[in-house]
Ligand binder design. Structure first.
Ligand SMILES: [Ca+2]
Ligand SMILES: [Ca+2]
Length: 225
């Protein structure tokens, strides 16, 4: 298989596609983001220690973070990378599973069109989460919402930073480009040399990672499909 790769390298080298950051949240970049802490407008005052708490309070006023509207007309997938700070609580006293975060795509009416729940039942303090959310066909403007719908008011987790970007299927090594280096990575995964998340390696989306994904990836780079 590696000999095949070498013969393909020159042929594929010229084909590449890059990704673009669509929304960025951190202490220095939060224009257009909404913190639904009773409708507050975000200022540095609300991003204390470079984080905003995400939870559900006893009055039903959820503390969520919502991105600016993103034009998803031409997108099939959105990549969300987020720094999540788990509750700093006593695991015996509070339920960390309940305080795990949801990452959602919502339309302008607030309807959820894609969702991922991160189960983080540990007390590890910082998580760099990296998730792909599928964009339903026919979507236009969408937002990304961070929530913790089951969270405990007394032990909220927090968002410290987030980057929303478009994602090109086939970007196996998640470096923002689809090119021959992704073929190399995918083959290494199939050979068991490295381990990468299936969300980046199952190119044809059939639930398995095997040589058919290499074919699908090469076809994608060549523009065959
Ligand atoms: Ca890549
Ligand atoms: Ca597959």
């Amino acid at each position: 298989m590696k000999h095949l790769l070498l013969s393909l390298t020159l042929a594929l080298a010229a084909f590449t596609a890059s990704s673009t950051d669509l929304a960025i949240f951190n202490l220095n970049s939060f224009d257009g983001w909404i913190y639904t802490r009773e409708g507050v407008t975000l200022t540095t005052e609300y991003i204390g220690a470079n984080k905003v708490h995400i939870f559900k309070n006893s009055a039903g006023k959820d503390f969520t973070l919502i991105s600016p509207a993103i034009d998803c007309t031409a997108l099939t997938t959105v990549r969300v990378r987020v720094g999540w700070q788990s509750p700093t609580c006593n695991q015996d006293k509070y339920n960390l599973t309940k305080n795990s975060p949801y990452i959602e795509l919502i339309d302008l009416n607030g309807n959820v069109v894609a969702q991922h729940y991160y189960l983080l039942p540990d007390i590890y303090q910082l998580h760099d989460l990296d998730i792909l959310l599928p964009v339903p066909e026919g979507s236009n403007m969408l937002k990304v919402r961070f929530a913790a719908w089951d969270a405990d008011l007394n032990s909220p987790g927090a968002i410290s930073n987030a980057i929303v970007s478009d994602f090109n299927i086939g970007d196996v090594n998640a470096d923002g480009q689809v090119n021959v280096s992704d073929v190399t990575q995918l083959i290494s995964v199939i050979l068991g040399e490295i381990n990468l998340s299936k969300q980046f390696t199952d190119i044809n989306g059939d639930g398995n990672v095997n040589v058919s994904d290499v074919t699908a990836l090469i076809n994608r780079i060549l523009g065959v499909q």
